[in-house]
Design a protein around this ligand. Structure first.
Ligand SMILES: [Fe+2]
Length: 322
Protein backbone atom coordinates (compact mmCIF):
# COMPACT_ATOMS: atom_id res chain seq x y z
CA UNK A 1 0.00 0.00 0.00
CA UNK A 2 2.48 2.62 -1.21
CA UNK A 3 -0.25 5.22 -1.54
CA UNK A 4 -1.31 4.92 2.11
CA UNK A 5 -4.92 4.48 1.09
CA UNK A 6 -7.01 2.17 3.27
CA UNK A 7 -9.07 0.36 0.69
CA UNK A 8 -11.08 -1.71 3.16
CA UNK A 9 -12.81 -1.49 6.49
CA UNK A 10 -14.36 -4.25 8.57
CA UNK A 11 -17.35 -4.26 10.86
CA UNK A 12 -18.05 -7.14 13.29
CA UNK A 13 -21.55 -8.49 12.65
CA UNK A 14 -21.54 -11.55 14.93
CA UNK A 15 -19.15 -13.85 16.77
CA UNK A 16 -15.93 -14.00 14.71
CA UNK A 17 -17.81 -12.70 11.67
CA UNK A 18 -17.03 -9.47 9.82
CA UNK A 19 -18.59 -7.48 7.01
CA UNK A 20 -15.85 -6.06 4.77
CA UNK A 21 -16.51 -3.06 2.55
CA UNK A 22 -14.53 -0.49 0.58
CA UNK A 23 -13.32 2.40 2.73
CA UNK A 24 -12.01 4.82 0.08
CA UNK A 25 -15.44 5.57 -1.35
CA UNK A 26 -18.48 7.48 -0.21
CA UNK A 27 -20.63 4.36 -0.33
CA UNK A 28 -19.26 0.81 -0.73
CA UNK A 29 -20.85 -0.68 -3.83
CA UNK A 30 -20.30 -4.30 -2.78
CA UNK A 31 -19.89 -6.23 0.45
CA UNK A 32 -18.00 -9.38 1.38
CA UNK A 33 -17.71 -11.33 4.63
CA UNK A 34 -15.10 -13.16 6.70
CA UNK A 35 -16.09 -15.94 9.10
CA UNK A 36 -13.39 -17.37 11.38
CA UNK A 37 -13.42 -20.92 12.64
CA UNK A 38 -11.06 -23.02 14.75
CA UNK A 39 -9.16 -24.39 11.74
CA UNK A 40 -9.60 -21.79 9.04
CA UNK A 41 -11.47 -18.64 8.08
CA UNK A 42 -13.88 -18.46 5.16
CA UNK A 43 -13.97 -15.35 2.98
CA UNK A 44 -17.34 -15.06 1.26
CA UNK A 45 -16.81 -13.13 -2.01
CA UNK A 46 -13.91 -10.83 -2.85
CA UNK A 47 -15.73 -7.73 -4.22
CA UNK A 48 -14.03 -5.43 -6.73
CA UNK A 49 -10.30 -6.18 -6.49
CA UNK A 50 -9.44 -2.70 -5.17
CA UNK A 51 -6.84 -3.17 -2.40
CA UNK A 52 -5.02 -6.34 -1.42
CA UNK A 53 -7.88 -8.23 0.17
CA UNK A 54 -5.81 -11.20 1.34
CA UNK A 55 -3.55 -8.88 3.36
CA UNK A 56 -6.59 -7.13 4.83
CA UNK A 57 -8.11 -10.47 5.91
CA UNK A 58 -4.82 -11.27 7.63
CA UNK A 59 -5.32 -8.20 9.84
CA UNK A 60 -8.56 -9.81 11.10
CA UNK A 61 -7.51 -13.46 11.46
CA UNK A 62 -4.37 -15.53 11.88
CA UNK A 63 -6.10 -18.61 10.44
CA UNK A 64 -5.60 -19.68 6.81
CA UNK A 65 -8.23 -18.01 4.63
CA UNK A 66 -10.30 -20.02 2.12
CA UNK A 67 -12.32 -18.14 -0.48
CA UNK A 68 -15.83 -18.96 -1.70
CA UNK A 69 -17.84 -16.97 -4.24
CA UNK A 70 -21.62 -16.66 -4.02
CA UNK A 71 -21.68 -16.35 -7.83
CA UNK A 72 -19.50 -15.46 -10.79
CA UNK A 73 -20.05 -11.74 -11.26
CA UNK A 74 -16.98 -9.54 -11.31
CA UNK A 75 -18.23 -7.23 -8.52
CA UNK A 76 -18.09 -10.32 -6.28
CA UNK A 77 -14.93 -12.04 -7.60
CA UNK A 78 -12.73 -9.02 -8.49
CA UNK A 79 -10.34 -9.74 -5.62
CA UNK A 80 -10.10 -13.50 -6.29
CA UNK A 81 -6.68 -13.17 -7.89
CA UNK A 82 -5.07 -12.17 -4.61
CA UNK A 83 -5.70 -15.84 -3.68
CA UNK A 84 -4.50 -19.16 -5.11
CA UNK A 85 -7.86 -20.92 -5.14
CA UNK A 86 -11.58 -20.38 -4.76
CA UNK A 87 -14.74 -22.43 -4.35
CA UNK A 88 -17.70 -21.73 -6.61
CA UNK A 89 -20.89 -23.52 -7.62
CA UNK A 90 -20.08 -25.79 -10.54
CA UNK A 91 -22.69 -24.15 -12.78
CA UNK A 92 -20.90 -20.77 -12.59
CA UNK A 93 -17.35 -22.00 -13.24
CA UNK A 94 -17.46 -21.79 -17.06
CA UNK A 95 -18.96 -18.30 -16.81
CA UNK A 96 -16.22 -17.33 -14.35
CA UNK A 97 -13.54 -18.53 -16.79
CA UNK A 98 -15.16 -16.46 -19.58
CA UNK A 99 -15.33 -13.36 -17.37
CA UNK A 100 -11.87 -13.28 -15.81
CA UNK A 101 -10.56 -11.13 -18.67
CA UNK A 102 -12.35 -8.25 -16.96
CA UNK A 103 -9.96 -8.50 -14.04
CA UNK A 104 -7.07 -6.37 -15.23
CA UNK A 105 -5.08 -4.05 -13.00
CA UNK A 106 -5.46 -1.01 -15.29
CA UNK A 107 -9.21 -1.44 -15.68
CA UNK A 108 -9.79 -1.88 -11.94
CA UNK A 109 -7.57 1.10 -11.04
CA UNK A 110 -9.51 3.26 -13.54
CA UNK A 111 -12.77 2.14 -11.95
CA UNK A 112 -11.36 2.87 -8.46
CA UNK A 113 -10.33 6.38 -9.54
CA UNK A 114 -13.90 7.02 -10.67
CA UNK A 115 -15.34 5.77 -7.37
CA UNK A 116 -12.80 7.23 -4.93
CA UNK A 117 -13.36 10.14 -2.61
CA UNK A 118 -11.82 13.33 -3.98
CA UNK A 119 -8.91 13.23 -1.49
CA UNK A 120 -7.68 9.82 -2.79
CA UNK A 121 -8.26 10.23 -6.51
CA UNK A 122 -4.83 11.58 -7.53
CA UNK A 123 -2.99 8.90 -5.53
CA UNK A 124 -4.59 5.93 -7.31
CA UNK A 125 -2.30 4.24 -9.85
CA UNK A 126 -2.56 0.79 -11.49
CA UNK A 127 -0.08 -0.70 -9.00
CA UNK A 128 -0.05 -3.93 -6.99
CA UNK A 129 -2.95 -2.68 -4.87
CA UNK A 130 -5.19 -3.78 -7.72
CA UNK A 131 -6.05 -7.33 -8.67
CA UNK A 132 -4.73 -8.70 -11.94
CA UNK A 133 -5.69 -11.98 -13.54
CA UNK A 134 -3.63 -14.95 -12.40
CA UNK A 135 -4.10 -18.68 -12.94
CA UNK A 136 -6.00 -20.00 -9.95
CA UNK A 137 -7.62 -23.27 -8.88
CA UNK A 138 -11.43 -23.31 -8.87
CA UNK A 139 -13.07 -26.04 -6.80
CA UNK A 140 -16.70 -26.92 -7.65
CA UNK A 141 -19.48 -26.55 -5.10
CA UNK A 142 -22.77 -28.47 -4.97
CA UNK A 143 -26.01 -27.92 -3.07
CA UNK A 144 -25.67 -29.40 0.41
CA UNK A 145 -21.89 -29.02 0.60
CA UNK A 146 -20.53 -27.87 3.94
CA UNK A 147 -17.47 -25.81 4.87
CA UNK A 148 -16.28 -27.37 8.11
CA UNK A 149 -14.25 -24.65 9.83
CA UNK A 150 -13.61 -26.91 12.84
CA UNK A 151 -16.06 -25.44 15.33
CA UNK A 152 -18.65 -24.10 12.88
CA UNK A 153 -20.10 -25.52 9.68
CA UNK A 154 -21.26 -23.26 6.84
CA UNK A 155 -23.89 -24.87 4.64
CA UNK A 156 -24.20 -24.31 0.86
CA UNK A 157 -27.73 -23.84 -0.52
CA UNK A 158 -28.15 -23.59 -4.30
CA UNK A 159 -30.44 -20.69 -5.27
CA UNK A 160 -29.94 -20.43 -9.04
CA UNK A 161 -31.70 -17.59 -10.82
CA UNK A 162 -29.59 -14.43 -10.95
CA UNK A 163 -26.85 -16.76 -12.25
CA UNK A 164 -27.28 -20.48 -12.75
CA UNK A 165 -24.83 -21.19 -9.93
CA UNK A 166 -25.82 -18.62 -7.31
CA UNK A 167 -25.57 -19.93 -3.75
CA UNK A 168 -26.56 -18.83 -0.26
CA UNK A 169 -24.23 -19.80 2.61
CA UNK A 170 -25.86 -20.41 5.98
CA UNK A 171 -23.98 -20.22 9.28
CA UNK A 172 -26.19 -21.99 11.85
CA UNK A 173 -24.00 -20.74 14.73
CA UNK A 174 -24.81 -17.07 14.15
CA UNK A 175 -28.06 -17.70 12.23
CA UNK A 176 -26.79 -15.60 9.33
CA UNK A 177 -27.40 -16.35 5.63
CA UNK A 178 -24.79 -14.87 3.30
CA UNK A 179 -26.87 -14.42 0.19
CA UNK A 180 -24.79 -12.67 -2.48
CA UNK A 181 -27.23 -11.46 -5.15
CA UNK A 182 -29.55 -14.48 -4.88
CA UNK A 183 -32.54 -12.58 -3.44
CA UNK A 184 -32.56 -8.82 -2.96
CA UNK A 185 -34.27 -5.54 -3.85
CA UNK A 186 -32.93 -5.60 -7.40
CA UNK A 187 -32.52 -9.27 -8.32
CA UNK A 188 -31.52 -9.25 -11.98
CA UNK A 189 -32.67 -12.25 -13.99
CA UNK A 190 -31.97 -10.54 -17.30
CA UNK A 191 -28.55 -12.02 -18.08
CA UNK A 192 -27.74 -14.76 -20.59
CA UNK A 193 -26.73 -17.05 -17.76
CA UNK A 194 -29.75 -16.21 -15.59
CA UNK A 195 -32.25 -19.04 -15.23
CA UNK A 196 -35.90 -18.91 -16.36
CA UNK A 197 -38.18 -17.30 -13.77
CA UNK A 198 -39.93 -20.62 -13.08
CA UNK A 199 -36.58 -22.23 -12.20
CA UNK A 200 -35.84 -19.32 -9.88
CA UNK A 201 -39.20 -19.85 -8.19
CA UNK A 202 -38.25 -23.49 -7.52
CA UNK A 203 -34.90 -22.33 -6.13
CA UNK A 204 -36.64 -19.84 -3.80
CA UNK A 205 -38.88 -22.62 -2.50
CA UNK A 206 -35.69 -24.57 -1.78
CA UNK A 207 -34.33 -21.56 0.13
CA UNK A 208 -37.66 -21.33 1.96
CA UNK A 209 -36.98 -24.86 3.29
CA UNK A 210 -33.97 -23.33 5.11
CA UNK A 211 -35.60 -20.03 6.13
CA UNK A 212 -36.04 -21.13 9.77
CA UNK A 213 -32.25 -21.50 10.05
CA UNK A 214 -31.39 -17.79 9.77
CA UNK A 215 -32.47 -14.45 11.27
CA UNK A 216 -30.63 -12.14 8.90
CA UNK A 217 -29.56 -12.13 5.27
CA UNK A 218 -26.25 -10.41 4.57
CA UNK A 219 -26.18 -9.89 0.81
CA UNK A 220 -23.55 -8.77 -1.65
CA UNK A 221 -24.89 -5.20 -1.65
CA UNK A 222 -27.49 -4.92 1.12
CA UNK A 223 -28.81 -6.55 4.28
CA UNK A 224 -32.31 -7.97 4.56
CA UNK A 225 -34.74 -9.58 6.95
CA UNK A 226 -35.46 -13.23 5.96
CA UNK A 227 -39.05 -12.24 5.17
CA UNK A 228 -37.72 -11.03 1.81
CA UNK A 229 -37.75 -14.71 0.79
CA UNK A 230 -41.57 -14.74 1.17
CA UNK A 231 -41.86 -11.55 -0.85
CA UNK A 232 -39.63 -13.07 -3.51
CA UNK A 233 -41.78 -16.21 -3.75
CA UNK A 234 -44.97 -14.14 -3.96
CA UNK A 235 -43.53 -11.79 -6.61
CA UNK A 236 -41.92 -14.52 -8.71
CA UNK A 237 -45.13 -16.57 -8.68
CA UNK A 238 -46.96 -13.51 -10.03
CA UNK A 239 -44.48 -13.28 -12.92
CA UNK A 240 -45.07 -16.97 -13.72
CA UNK A 241 -48.84 -16.41 -13.56
CA UNK A 242 -48.60 -13.24 -15.66
CA UNK A 243 -50.17 -11.08 -12.94
CA UNK A 244 -47.13 -8.99 -11.93
CA UNK A 245 -46.80 -5.25 -12.58
CA UNK A 246 -44.57 -5.90 -15.65
CA UNK A 247 -42.93 -2.47 -15.75
CA UNK A 248 -40.81 -1.94 -18.84
CA UNK A 249 -37.28 -0.61 -18.28
CA UNK A 250 -33.89 -0.54 -20.02
CA UNK A 251 -31.81 -3.38 -18.64
CA UNK A 252 -28.21 -3.29 -17.53
CA UNK A 253 -27.09 -4.68 -20.93
CA UNK A 254 -29.13 -2.04 -22.79
CA UNK A 255 -32.06 -4.23 -23.88
CA UNK A 256 -35.69 -4.11 -22.77
CA UNK A 257 -36.42 -5.85 -19.47
CA UNK A 258 -39.41 -5.95 -17.17
CA UNK A 259 -39.58 -5.33 -13.43
CA UNK A 260 -42.04 -7.48 -11.55
CA UNK A 261 -43.13 -4.78 -9.09
CA UNK A 262 -43.69 -1.13 -9.80
CA UNK A 263 -40.99 1.16 -8.41
CA UNK A 264 -41.22 4.67 -7.06
CA UNK A 265 -40.41 7.36 -9.59
CA UNK A 266 -36.62 7.67 -10.15
CA UNK A 267 -35.70 5.08 -7.54
CA UNK A 268 -35.29 1.36 -6.79
CA UNK A 269 -37.79 1.16 -3.94
CA UNK A 270 -41.07 -0.62 -4.55
CA UNK A 271 -44.14 1.55 -4.67
CA UNK A 272 -46.03 -0.81 -2.34
CA UNK A 273 -43.28 -0.63 0.32
CA UNK A 274 -42.11 -4.24 -0.02
CA UNK A 275 -38.42 -4.95 -0.44
CA UNK A 276 -37.93 -7.67 -3.07
CA UNK A 277 -37.92 -6.83 -6.75
CA UNK A 278 -36.60 -8.53 -9.86
CA UNK A 279 -35.97 -7.91 -13.53
CA UNK A 280 -36.64 -10.51 -16.21
CA UNK A 281 -37.00 -10.90 -19.95
CA UNK A 282 -40.33 -12.26 -21.25
CA UNK A 283 -38.69 -15.06 -23.29
CA UNK A 284 -37.34 -16.61 -20.09
CA UNK A 285 -40.34 -16.88 -17.80
CA UNK A 286 -41.42 -20.48 -18.28
CA UNK A 287 -38.72 -21.86 -20.55
CA UNK A 288 -38.02 -25.55 -20.47
CA UNK A 289 -36.15 -27.07 -17.58
CA UNK A 290 -32.67 -26.01 -18.52
CA UNK A 291 -29.96 -28.53 -19.19
CA UNK A 292 -27.75 -28.65 -16.15
CA UNK A 293 -24.37 -28.55 -17.78
CA UNK A 294 -23.59 -28.58 -21.50
CA UNK A 295 -20.03 -29.49 -22.43
CA UNK A 296 -18.99 -28.76 -25.98
CA UNK A 297 -15.80 -29.48 -27.78
CA UNK A 298 -14.80 -27.03 -30.51
CA UNK A 299 -13.62 -28.62 -33.77
CA UNK A 300 -10.20 -26.96 -33.62
CA UNK A 301 -9.81 -28.07 -30.05
CA UNK A 302 -10.70 -31.65 -31.05
CA UNK A 303 -8.10 -31.61 -33.85
CA UNK A 304 -5.61 -30.38 -31.29
CA UNK A 305 -6.44 -33.25 -28.96
CA UNK A 306 -6.17 -35.83 -31.78
CA UNK A 307 -2.78 -34.41 -32.76
CA UNK A 308 -1.75 -34.52 -29.12
CA UNK A 309 -2.93 -38.15 -28.83
CA UNK A 310 -0.99 -39.16 -31.98
CA UNK A 311 2.07 -37.54 -30.48
CA UNK A 312 1.49 -39.37 -27.21
CA UNK A 313 1.09 -42.73 -29.04
CA UNK A 314 4.36 -42.18 -30.88
CA UNK A 315 5.95 -41.31 -27.60
CA UNK A 316 4.61 -44.40 -25.81
CA UNK A 317 5.39 -46.70 -28.79
CA UNK A 318 9.03 -46.53 -27.90
CA UNK A 319 8.44 -47.42 -24.28
CA UNK A 320 8.19 -50.90 -22.79
CA UNK A 321 4.69 -50.24 -21.45
CA UNK A 322 3.04 -50.55 -24.92
FE1 LIG B 1 -24.48 -10.47 -9.38
Amino acid sequence: MKTGISYYKAEPIAEKSWMISNAFVDHSYALCYLVEGRDYALLIDSILGMGILKAFCETLTEKPVLLVNTHAHSDHFGGNFFFDACYMHHRDIAFFQDSVGKVRKQQIADMAKGMALEEYRDRIEPDDDFADWNPMKVFPLYDGDVFDLGDRRIKVVEVGGHTAGSVVLIDPLTRIAYSGDACNGNTLLEFDNSLPVISYLRALLHLKDHQAEFDMMYGGHEIFDPSIVDEAIETTAKVVAGTDDRCERTGIMGGTVYYAAEKVKDGYARKDGKHFNMSYVPEKILGREEEKHVIRLEKNCYRGIRKHRRGMRRCFAGSRFI
